[in-house]
Write a protein that binds this ligand. Sequence first.
Ligand SMILES: CC(C)(COP(=O)(O)OP(=O)(O)OC[C@H]1O[C@@H](n2cnc3c(N)ncnc32)[C@H](O)[C@@H]1OP(=O)(O)O)[C@@H](O)C(=O)NCCC(=O)NCCS
Length: 168
Amino acid sequence: MNTQKADKGYDIVPASLDDVPGIFRLLQFYSDQEVLLPRPESDIYRSLRDFRVIRRDQTVIACVALLIYTEELGEVRSLAVDPEYLNCRLGYRLVQHIENEAQRLGLKKLMALTYVEDFFRKLDFNVVKMSVLPEKVWGACINCHKFRNCDEIAVLKYINQKKTPKEN
Ligand SMILES: CC(C)(COP(=O)(O)OP(=O)(O)OC[C@H]1O[C@@H](n2cnc3c(N)ncnc32)[C@H](O)[C@@H]1OP(=O)(O)O)[C@@H](O)C(=O)NCCC(=O)NCCS
């Protein structure tokens, strides 16, 4: 844990128009490393209301989005923490925040497609087969250049109920 920069209770807030370049830079940094899918700025503007951010000195240091697919299913998307602030529990807090929001909305399941399976396991997500995800998710995946070669791991958590998804 980076104790100097350890989570000092930075607020999680809805993203504003001024945050778009910062969100874009953060996502681009990780998409260059092929751990996140690239998102053009125009796409971030379109889904700006889905985003929550953590800022320090007006700069975005972490972000996440909640995408809603159906009356039951939401996705944790575009989760990224500035490399200077890793291991300060910002990622953990952002996912918990999204989960609370999803619960408040009445969603039943939260999923993510990820390479950091162990991070999500710590938040009580379970690995599931891609095939358990509904067609709507596949609809989004069709536009991805990795569609035929997808190596991301699907993780799922039941919220608002006690059921645990079956592991692979
Ligand atoms: C994954 C990511 C969001 C984690 O953010 P973070 O703020 O550094 O994580 P936290 O400090 O909140 O860590 C919470 C817990 O997860 C663990 N953890 C953090 N990153 C991890 C990783 N890459 N793999 C496994 N466990 C991880 C921490 O050790 C901590 O465990 P603990 O509760 O036992 O102490 C961050 O590394 C990141 O932005 N990665 C690149 C983008 C990405 O992969 N996003 C996910 C796409 S769905």
